[in-house]
Design a protein around this ligand. Structure first.
Ligand SMILES: [Zn+2]
Ligand SMILES: [Zn+2]
Length: 577
């Protein structure tokens, strides 16, 4: 390839979408490209692609949960079409830890890409338990912090980090273009309950040789100070449990094995038997205890069916549902709909969790229902029953000062978190033009220790609804929002195919739009308007059903807007005879 062609390729790269040709150019020069398919400007869908010599390695492959304005959507995946163009270039996935926002898209991704997943023992254990449900058995490669390995052109090294799930890791990639460190999700808990702190020493050693690019967790970049140690939560829980006079119910994240460990230990201390409730709780306890990450004293656990045979003051229920999720264990208990558990006055209920933005209404609803039944409530607002798993400003600054990276990309956060993290970095002396605040789809290039922006690729949200992946798009969601907000009107007419003459109807059926028995005048008027529009069409000689349906929709929609200021979804049907 001539010098000129190379120049052209580089110039084209900035505006090019898809990035295939430009990727090739980058490979030629031994540069590394980093493509963000998710996780920037949002919490969730963490997925970064690192490319070198034609090989593409993913760091994490997560999902996001929908907002209230994405009705009916179960989960949201990254758009993998950038990778689908050349699937053979994808060589593997490094899983930093087993949270859904890092691993949840793997069951979908692995259907199309038969590549190995690298992770620690617990991460892979949790992943395979999940993949069983999808009938997938990909190749899983267990790695340990402190270990170095090569994968394609990449030289990888892993470092322990503490987080709200055990066995998390940061990953370093040594390349000819420079050294990259991705922190994964981390905090700096100096007294973690598994005695496995974030490996600042190892990272500092790496920093001795120079770190060219750091990608670091920004979730708590807005939070001043340091996140307290998990052991403080254990103390608070033990106090609350000791004071409880009747049954104790604790809800926490089903993946928070250390929290679960502390809850089990405190229950055991007080001679309470523990019943686990919730499918994901049971699954994770099984995996974590089998792999030795959770120590369960013998005879501590009882099946939920046996709760009734013990006095309430000798029991504790550990359950899911801390986010007020519909049909979760705690939500069912709050609504007096749980098969085995009734909340009684004097019971103690602890929400040992954060409140994920967007879930406020559901959580407060659940808390109100529990309070109404006489439960004594403890939550992070009135007791030290939760700490975050993500580093706050003090820890982020400490990490920056330890690693002294030449460039930073704040990852894992909404835009405001990313910019706040950028501000912290500048305060530690990293020049502004060495900090890259990126969004999903952005591409960076690392070459000769220097980082620059290198265009964008297609990124976006892929919605999963039931068994459908990607068949629900923005148009469908718009309809659903309108259906939910303004309702639905079906207009049905039978016409003579030859002439377009109305033989029967139009009939009008509504759902969620107006209360029909009290709106007979409106419905009657709509029927008359639609009939008049069909008569006009027949007079013009129009008999094409598509055009007739359009006319029916226009006639009904104009009237409804006039009379009600509402815009229901109108579905016209023409039956030709
Ligand atoms: Zn996490
Ligand atoms: Zn995360």
């Amino acid at each position: 390839m001539t010098e000129d062609a190379g120049q052209m390729g580089r110039a084209g790269e900035v505006s090019q979408v898809g990035g295939d040709r430009s990727g090739h150019q980058a490979d030629q020069r031994g540069a590394v490209r980093i493509v963000f398919l998710g996780g920037l400007g949002e919490i969730g869908r963490n997925c970064a692609v690192v490319e070198l010599d034609g090989a593409r390695l993913l760091i994490d492959c997560g999902l996001a949960f929908p907002d209230a304005d994405q009705p009916g959507v179960d989960i949201i995946l990254p758009d993998f079409s950038y990778l689908t163009e050349q699937p053979e270039r994808v060589i593997g996935v490094v899983l930093t830890h087993a949270h859904e926002d890092h691993m949840g898209a793997l069951p979908y991704f692995l259907r199309d890409f038969d590549v190995p997943v690298y992770g620690t023992r617990l991460s892979l254990g949790m992943l395979s338990a999940k993949l069983e449900e999808y009938d997938l058995a990909p190749s899983l490669v267990e790695v340990s912090p402190g270990e170095r390995t090569t994968l394609g052109p990449f030289n990888l090294e892993f470092f322990a980090v503490s987080h709200s799930i055990p066995d998390g890791m940061a990953v370093a990639l040594r390349t000819p273009a420079g050294t990259i460190v991705h922190t994964g999700d981390f905090k700096i808990d100096l007294t973690p309950i598994d005695g496995r702190p974030t490996d600042l020493g190892g990272l500092a050693r790496l920093a001795g040789a120079g770190i060219d690019l750091l990608l670091s967790d920004s979730t708590n970049a807005d939070t001043p100070g340091y996140i307290p140690s998990e052991v403080e939560v254990g103390r608070a829980l033990a106090e609350i449990f000791a004071a409880a006079r009747r049954r104790i119910v604790v809800a926490c994240f089903a993946s928070h094995v250390h929290r679960m460990q502390q809850i089990l230990a405190a229950a055991h201390q007080l001679d309470r038997k523990v019943a686990l409730v919730g499918r994901s709780m049971l699954r994770n306890v099984r995996v974590a205890s089998e792999l030795g990450y959770l120590k369960i004293p013998p005879d501590l656990l009882i099946p939920v069916e046996e709760l009734g045979s013990l006095p309430p003051e000798q029991t504790l229920i550990l359950c899911t549902g801390s986010q007020g999720e519909p049909f979760s264990a705690l939500t069912l208990m709050a609504g007096r709909e749980h098969k085995w558990v009734r909340i009684e006055p004097g019971d103690t209920v602890v929400l040992s969790s954060s409140l994920i933005p967007g879930n406020e209404a559901a959580v407060y609803h659940t808390m109100n229902d529990l309070a109404r039944q006489g439960a004594e409530m403890f939550h992070r607002g009135n007791a030290k029953v939760h700490v975050s798993g993500h580093a706050a400003q003090g820890e982020l600054t400490l990490l920056l000062a330890t690693l002294r990276p030449r460039h930073l990309v704040p990852v894992h956060g909404e835009y405001r978190h990313l910019t706040q993290h950028a501000r912290l970095a500048r305060a530690t002396g990293i020049p502004s033009d060495h900090v890259f605040v990126c969004e999903d789809g952005d591409v960076l290039e690392l070459d000769g220790g220097e980082v620059r922006r290198a265009g964008q690729v297609r990124s976006g949200m892929v919605f999963v609804d039931g068994l459908g992946v990607g068949d629900v798009g923005d148009a469908v969601l718009r309809d659903r929002r309108r259906l939910g907000g303004e309702g639905f009107v079906h207009v049905l007419a039978t016409i003579e195919a030859q002439t377009g003459k109305v033989l029967a109807g139009p009939d009008i059926v509504t759902r969620g739009f107006v209360y029909e028995p009290e709106s007979t005048d409106l419905i009657e008027e709509a029927r008359a308007r639609v009939l008049a529009s069909l008569d006009r069409a027949a007079a013009e000689g129009v008999n094409d059903p598509t055009i007739l349906k359009q006319r029916m929709r226009e006639a009904a929609s104009a009237l409804f807007r006039e009379r009600t200021q509402r815009r229901p979804v109108i579905i016209p049907t023409v039956m030709e005879v």
